[in-house]
Design a protein around this ligand. Structure first.
Ligand SMILES: Nc1nc2c(c(=O)[nH]1)N[C@H]1C(S)=C(S)[C@@H](COP(=O)(O)O)O[C@H]1N2
Ligand SMILES: [Mo]
Length: 534
C-alpha cells in the first residue's frame, strides 16, 4: 500500500516545482515585456510611459483610503513607495506560481487567471488620470506575453519526452524519453529567465535614461530675482549642536506626494494654462516664466499629515513668479472662489482664490534654496501659497490652473476626506535632545522649531514635568511665513523628566493643547519628550 504513494508524491512535488517555476517565468517575462513596452512607447513619442507594475502600484495608491495612506506615510515614510512596489511584485509572484501549478491540470483556467491579471494591469493603466498610448500599450503587451509563455511552456513541459504527461519528473528509466528534449526544455527555461532579466532591467535602464529630465534641469540658467533677498543674519539659528539649520537643505526636505515614480516634465515642452472663469485665458512656457520679474521668498512648507512633533515640515528660500499678477492678467471673474490646479501626473489641488489675491506672496516657484527646483519637489514649476498646507496650495509639476468654484470640484484630497480650507495650524516641536535621551545633570540646552505660517511666531514656552511654563529664547525672525527656531537652557536635575513645548502665534493666540488627529485639517496638541537625567 505504501509503495505506490511515493512516485505519486514525487510527481506532485515535480508538478508544483515545474508548474510554479513556469508560472514565475511567465510573470517575469510579462513584467519585462511591460518595461520594454514602456520603453518602446517613449521612443514612439508617448509622454507618460507607465510600466504596468507601476500603473498597478499607482492605482493602489489612489484606491487607498485616506486613513491608510496616513498610516503608510507614517510607517514607511519616504520608503512607502518601495514598500508598495515590493508588495505588487510579491503579489504577482504568488499569483503566478498558483497559475503555473493550476495550468498543469486546468490550462484554460490558468490562462484565464493570467489574462485576468493582465486585464487588471490594463484597467489600472486605463484609469490613470493621464491615459495614453504609454499606459495601455505596455500593459496589453505584458498580458499577452504572460499568457503565451505560460501556455506554451506548460504544454511543452507535459510532453512525454520532457517530464511526462502527468508531470512525472525525476528518476524514471532513461530509456523512456529522449534526454535531448528535456535538455532543450531546460535550456529554454534558462534562456527565457535570462532574457526576462536582461530585457526587463535593460528596458528599465533605457527608460530611465531616455525619460529623465536631469540633464534638462541641469541646463536651466536661473535668472536673478528682481530684488534678491539679503543673506539672513546668523541669529535666525540658535547655535545648538544637532539642531537642524534654519533653511532645510533640499536633499533633506520632506517629500509627500502620490507619485510612485517621479514625474519627468520636459521644461522645453512645459506649458502652464490659466483658464476657466477668467476674461483672458492664456498659456505660459517655461521660457516665458523665466523672463517674468521673479521674486525670492522664504517660506516654511508643512504637510497636513504631519503628526505632533512629526517631520513633514521644511523651510526654504524659493524663487518664482508671483501668482497674483498672473491671475489679474487673466482677469478672474466674479464668483470664482477656487484655483483648481492640476499637475502633470494628474493630481488636482484646490486653493482659495482669495488667499492668492490677498497680498501674500503666492508664487509659481522655479528654484529652491538657490538651486533649480529638484525633480522630486516639482521641477520645472510648483505652486506655493504661504499659510496653507501643501495639499491645498503646493502643487508640484503644475501644468494647469483653472479658475472655478469649490462647489463644482474641490480636487483630489478633498475627495479623500480632507478639509476644503486648510490654513496651517500653530505648532511647535522639540528637536534637541531627542526623546528618550540620557543626559548629565546640569545645563541641558533644549531647542527646536515653531511655526504658525503667515501669522508668525511671537513666543515659545517650555514646561518641565508639571512645572510652570517658562519662556524660551527665540532666534531672530525671518518673516511670518517662516518657522522660528528657539532654545532654552534647562537646569536639569537627576531623574526622569517630561519636557513639553507650546507657542504663541503672531496674532497673540496660544497654540491649542486640544489633541486632534491629522484628518481632516491638521493635528493639534503639544509636543512632549521624555529624558533621563543621570
Ligand atoms: N503633483 C503633486 N503635488 C503635490 C502633492 C502630490 O501628491 N502631487 N502633494 C502635496 C502635498 S500633500 C504636500 S504636503 C506638498 C509636499 O511638497 P514636497 O514634497 O516638496 O515637500 O506637495 C503637494 N503637492
Ligand atoms: Mo501634505
Amino acid at each position: 500500500m505504501e509503495a505506490p504513494k511515493e512516485p505519486q508524491a514525487e510527481a506532485r512535488r515535480a508538478a508544483w516545482l515545474v508548474g510554479g517555476f513556469i508560472g514565475l517565468l511567465a510573470a517575469a517575462v510579462g513584467v519585462a515585456v511591460g518595461e520594454l513596452g514602456a520603453a518602446v512607447s517613449v521612443e514612439l513619442g508617448a509622454s507618460a510611459p507607465n510600466a504596468p507594475v507601476v500603473a498597478v502600484g499607482q492605482w493602489a495608491i489612489d484606491l487607498t483610503p485616506a486613513w491608510l495612506k496616513e498610516v503608510a506615510i507614517r510607517n514607511f515614510g519616504s520608503h512607502d513607495k518601495t514598500a508598495l512596489l515590493t508588495g505588487v511584485y510579491v503579489t504577482i509572484a504568488v499569483v503566478s506560481v498558483l497559475a503555473g501549478v493550476l495550468a498543469r491540470r486546468h490550462l484554460a483556467a490558468a490562462t484565464g487567471l493570467a489574462a485576468a491579471f493582465g486585464l487588471f494591469g490594463l484597467i489600472a493603466a486605463l484609469t490613470r488620470p493621464v491615459v495614453g498610448f504609454g499606459g495601455w500599450f505596455p500593459a496589453l503587451l505584458a498580458g499577452v506575453a504572460t499568457v503565451v509563455v505560460l501556455r506554451s511552456l506548460t504544454v511543452w513541459s507535459q510532453r512525454e519526452s520532457v517530464f511526462g504527461a502527468a508531470g512525472t519528473a525525476g528518476a524514471g528509466e532513461p530509456g523512456d524519453r529522449e534526454p535531448g528534449d528535456r535538455r532543450r526544455f531546460l535550456l529554454t527555461l534558462l534562456g527565457t529567465g535570462a532574457g526576462a532579466l536582461v530585457g526587463g532591467f535593460g528596458s528599465r535602464a533605457w527608460l530611465d535614461s531616455r525619460y529623465n529630465v536631469a540633464p534638462a534641469r541641469a541646463a536651466v540658467v536661473l535668472p536673478e530675482a528682481s530684488e534678491p533677498l539679503p543673506a539672513l543674519p546668523a541669529s535666525v539659528h540658535p547655535n545648538v549642536p544637532d539642531l537642524e539649520p534654519f533653511f532645510t537643505p533640499n536633499a533633506q526636505f520632506y517629500r509627500v506626494d502620490t507619485a510612485l515614480t517621479v514625474p519627468q516634465v520636459d521644461p522645453r515642452k512645459w506649458m502652464l494654462r490659466i483658464h476657466g472663469l477668467v476674461d483672458r485665458p492664456f498659456e505660459v512656457s517655461f521660457a516665458d516664466l523665466l523672463r517674468m520679474p521673479l521674486e525670492e521668498h522664504d517660506l516654511t512648507l508643512t504637510c497636513v499629515s504631519n503628526t505632533i512633533g512629526g517631520p513633514y515640515c521644511g523651510n526654504a528660500r524659493w524663487l518664482g513668479a508671483p501668482l497674483a499678477p498672473l491671475l489679474r492678467q487673466a482677469g478672474v471673474r466674479a464668483g470664482a472662489d477656487q484655483i483648481l490646479s492640476t499637475s502633470f501626473d494628474g493630481m488636482t489641488i484646490g486653493t482659495p482664490v482669495e488667499a492668492v489675491l490677498d497680498g501674500r506672496q503666492a508664487m509659481l516657484a522655479v528654484a529652491m534654496n538657490g538651486q533649480t527646483l529638484p525633480v522630486e519637489h516639482g521641477f520645472p514649476c510648483r505652486m506655493l501659497v504661504p499659510g496653507l498646507y501643501g495639499y491645498v496650495s503646493a502643487t508640484k509639476w503644475v501644468v494647469d490652473l483653472e479658475l472655478t468654484t469649490f462647489a463644482k470640484d474641490a480636487g483630489f484630497w478633498v475627495g479623500e476626506g480632507w478639509a476644503q480650507q486648510a490654513p496651517v495650524k500653530t505648532a511647535s516641536r522639540i528637536d534637541v535632545p531627542g526623546t528618550g535621551a540620557s543626559l548629565q545633570a546640569g545645563t541641558v540646552v533644549v531647542a527646536g522649531v515653531a511655526w504658525a505660517t503667515h501669522r508668525g511666531v511671537a513666543g515659545v514656552e517650555v514646561q518641565v514635568d508639571k512645572g510652570p511654563w517658562v519662556t524660551a529664547e527665540l532666534a531672530a525672525s525671518d518673516t511670518p511665513d517662516t518657522w522660528r527656531q528657539w532654545s532654552y537652557a534647562w537646569h536639569a536635575t537627576a531623574g526622569q523628566h517630561t519636557l513639553t513645548v507650546r507657542c504663541t502665534d503672531g496674532t497673540g493666540t496660544l497654540q491649542t493643547p486640544v489633541i486632534q488627529d491629522t484628518l481632516p485639517d491638521g493635528a493639534t496638541g503639544y509636543h512632549s519628550i521624555q529624558v533621563t537625567i543621570g
